[in-house]
Design a protein around this ligand. Sequence first.
Ligand code: RB5
Length: 146
Amino acid sequence: MIALGCDHGGFALMQVIKSHLEELGLEYRDFGTYSAESCDYPVYAEAAARAVASGECDRGILVCGTGIGISMAANKVKGIRAALCSDCFSAEMTRRHNDANMLALGARVLGDGLALKIVDTFLTTGFDGGRHQRRIDLISAIENAE
Ligand code: RB5
């Protein structure tokens, strides 16, 4: 199950992503927003991120205008590693090395075609483990020291 969250800046691209996931037969849960009306991205970032952190959803995809605000907000939720990606190389490496559990995209940065390629890369790439797990554990240690 994939958690989805966006604001008004990401709403149109999120509709394209939802159609794509449906074509691939992938299940998602849409945490909003549900229209192009102006809204506050932290609300939707938090809802989708909590679903991933709790295990209700395996992965998450977030979209706002730049992808920056929504990724910042999601990364405040314990256990979330949200990666803002604007290219397929970063999407691949953040899965392989950072075990990113959420992908953030900037709808005002990317064309739809590239955004979908980044989504596909994120969803199909596994975590390398090994020395990278130690680094993920160190990220968790920072979080746990708060
Ligand atoms: C909304 O105008 C815009 O600020 C938001 O979508 C996002 O880009 C914030 O980081």
